[in-house]
Design a protein around this ligand. Sequence first.
Ligand code: IVH
Length: 678
Amino acid sequence: MDEKEAQKEILRLRREINYHNYRYYVLDSPVVTDAEYDRMLRRLEGLEARFPGLIAPDSPTRRVGAAPLSAFGTIRHTTPMLSLGNAFTQEEAREFDDRIKRLLKCATGTKIEYAAEPKMDGLAVELIYEDGVFTKGSTRGDGYTGEDVTQNLRTVRAIPLNLLPAIRDTGVKPPAYIEVRGEVFLPLAAFRKVNKEREARGEPLFANPRNAAAGSLRQLDPRVTAERPLDIFCYGVGMVEGASFKTHFESLEYIRALGLKVNPMVRVVEGIDAALEYHDTVEKKREGLGYELDGVVIKVNGLALQERLGTLTRSPRWALAYKFAPRQESTTVKDIIVGVGRTGALTPVAVLEPISVGGVTIERATLHNLDEVERKDVRVGDTVVVQRAGDVIPEIAGVLKERRPRGKELEQFRMPDKCPECGSTVERVGALHFCTAGLLCPAQLKESIRHFASKRAMDIEGLGAMHVDQFVDAGVVKDVADLYYLKKEKILKLERWAEKSADNLLNAIDKSKRPALERLIYGLGIRGVGEHMARVLADRFGDLKSLMEATIEELLETYEIGPETAQSIVDFFRERHNREVIRKLEDAGVAFPKKTREKRGTLAGKVFLFTGTLESFSRDEAKALVEAEGAEGATGVSKKVDYVVAGAEPGSKYEKAKEMGLKIIDEDEFKKMVGRQA
Ligand code: IVH
């Protein structure tokens, strides 16, 4: 295929893929299978790798892989991104309606036409499309200037890189220029998953999905953003060239026709009564949506009327956020118990007088760690305010100190110095306390087996938490490898097992013997190694044996591995017990697969060495750039190095490379190779 044919095919594939992306992420109604979609994407990747000159920033292959930044640029909003006045009660909402009618000098009995919308609880962004292509995206910032988060927004699949009329004949032309405003959010399922992973790594948890969305979007490394399945609903239009509207609702219909995602619950209602009813209807649906709402937004629908009403400094007079009642209640703390997790981390949990919060009964709330208990000063006997953050995880918002019984001192919580599960010594590491018994502690053992068998690790179907408890308590499973030595007769001796269920379980265990390398690594439960890190390690080391023998220095050579994780990996494999378990796994016939390095990207398989000071990038940035294109950064001069990139004042490595006759390039040449020419 020559370049011209490739160009044609690439354009066709991009349109096709973009369209299927729209069907999947915006309409939620795909018309091809995942496999077909993947095939198209692979084919496009292949062609772009062969003809790197044809790569364009709006290609669907470019969603991920942009290099980390050292800081965000700023973008000035052409029209300010305002915030909204709030109402918490029906009276306040009626006052808003009265004020509007007064300002517009309406005859008594007039009903104002409102657009009524769910108020998503995320982070406001502005997307700019020029001739149908997504060119810039920013956060709200202070309303006038926001941060340039274009690369991160590109990773959000529900944000089209090309507007629909630019990829399909829809009978309309894409506007020459349009600013679209919307709310980026993290769906609840993804929020829970992110927090679970953070917990496993001992990292601080996000308090709610909004913080998680903000943390994900305001990431200097777009690859981290790409791993969080952010979503968006668009709710407004800023400046636009090539289209005009009479009502706000019309503008939403217009952007919907452009392929942007608009919340399906948006309505036009007549008069405030209907708007109040809308509020109540949406509040009832709130639980089942899979994402957080914190109220509804009521907007005067007519744009001419909006114009007449005008805006105050920070918020328009024509719109109102009518919030839902906060899901908070007060109750008393009956006890503070301490649980032990997979990594041995001790977690204080408040046992509460059961209370219903927004229809869900809450009996426990996590207190995360000792610092948190001390900061909030929660004590047994206290009256506390509990809230449901992110819809699920109950949390203690604060203590009602004035309700503390007078004259009777409540005892301060103390972390036990012995593990509540096994009695071993407890050790403090940073904010966390750990049981030091490792897998000899039955609580840790159970959690680690559950983790090993879980869907995203070895995926042993049908091995539930209760079974794990049963096997460990009966002493038939003492480590994860024992699962592969389970005998049917032994299982049948335990309560509630029958021929059929035992057969099913043994089959499932057998089926799990050929895991992908990253799942096996993740399943081992190394502290600091979540799913993402497991993938990084699998890519970098290719098989378990090489990873087991890796030194700290070798681990640190990989861009994403920090000193703490490197240490924890080395410690894990140094531990005799762990090596023993791995040997037992191998003996039982668990395959230790190899992973071939991903040969994707324009620089696939190449090795780069940097020496001297580069003008436009830090060493880490340059390394990340080549890694994003499938290449690798080296730390020393060797024959494996394909390119030595020499910046200003290169050191001894430069001399050595020259001696060895390696290919040396300067910063300009390097920039061309990674598509960063000025
Ligand atoms: S309209 C001038 N509509 O709420 C109108 N905002 O408190 C400004 N939000 O910054 C915003 N859903 O982040 C609007 N349907 C919706 C919204 C919405 C969520 C957020 C947005 C805004 C904040 C204002």
